[in-house]
Design a protein around this ligand. Structure first.
Ligand SMILES: [Fe+2]
Ligand SMILES: [Fe+2]
Length: 141
């Protein structure tokens, strides 16, 4: 119903923020979003898809915490605003996770997948790139 199966998100150089640890973690997030999408396309069970969702959420929290650790280390002026964006996304995905687990959400919809992938693409290309550029001025790569 969504056409033939292929990756939902394809990494490209426009996603690079020029900082190794961030690019590495963003690539893993893209891979996990694709894994979730592939599981839905392959009609995997709620249990299997739920586990992929858990993994994606755990890694997202880890990634946000890692960026925020650097905000603190580097006294980043936009830290609070950037963290608010992380917190808001985390709140939304935790709500989705709870609804999926309780059965209140019957399935992970394409609309939801599009939301996740566009949030990540926009966040990386906007807020994270701005932070990456700042880190480069601090001599990081
Ligand atoms: Fe990020
Ligand atoms: Fe971020």
């Amino acid at each position: 119903m969504w056409g033939f199966s292929m990756s939902l998100m394809k990494w490209n150089d426009n996603y690079s923020v020029g900082i190794l640890f961030m690019d590495h973690e963003h690539k893993r997030l893209v891979a996990m979003i694709n894994e979730l999408y592939d599981g839905i396309m392959a009609n995997h069970s709620r249990e299997v898809i739920g586990k992929v969702l858990d993994k994606l959420i755990d890694y997202t929290k880890h990634h946000f915490a890692h960026e925020e650790e650097y905000f603190a280390k580097t006294h980043y002026r936009e830290a609070a605003a950037h963290k608010r964006l992380h917190d808001e996304l985390a709140r939304q995905v935790l709500e989705i996770q709870a609804k999926y687990k309780s059965g209140a959400l019957a399935s992970i919809t394409m609309e939801l997948m599009n939301f996740l992938q566009s949030w990540l693409a926009n966040h990386i290309q906007g807020d994270d790139k701005r932070y990456g550029a700042f880190l480069k001025t601090q001599g990081m790569h």
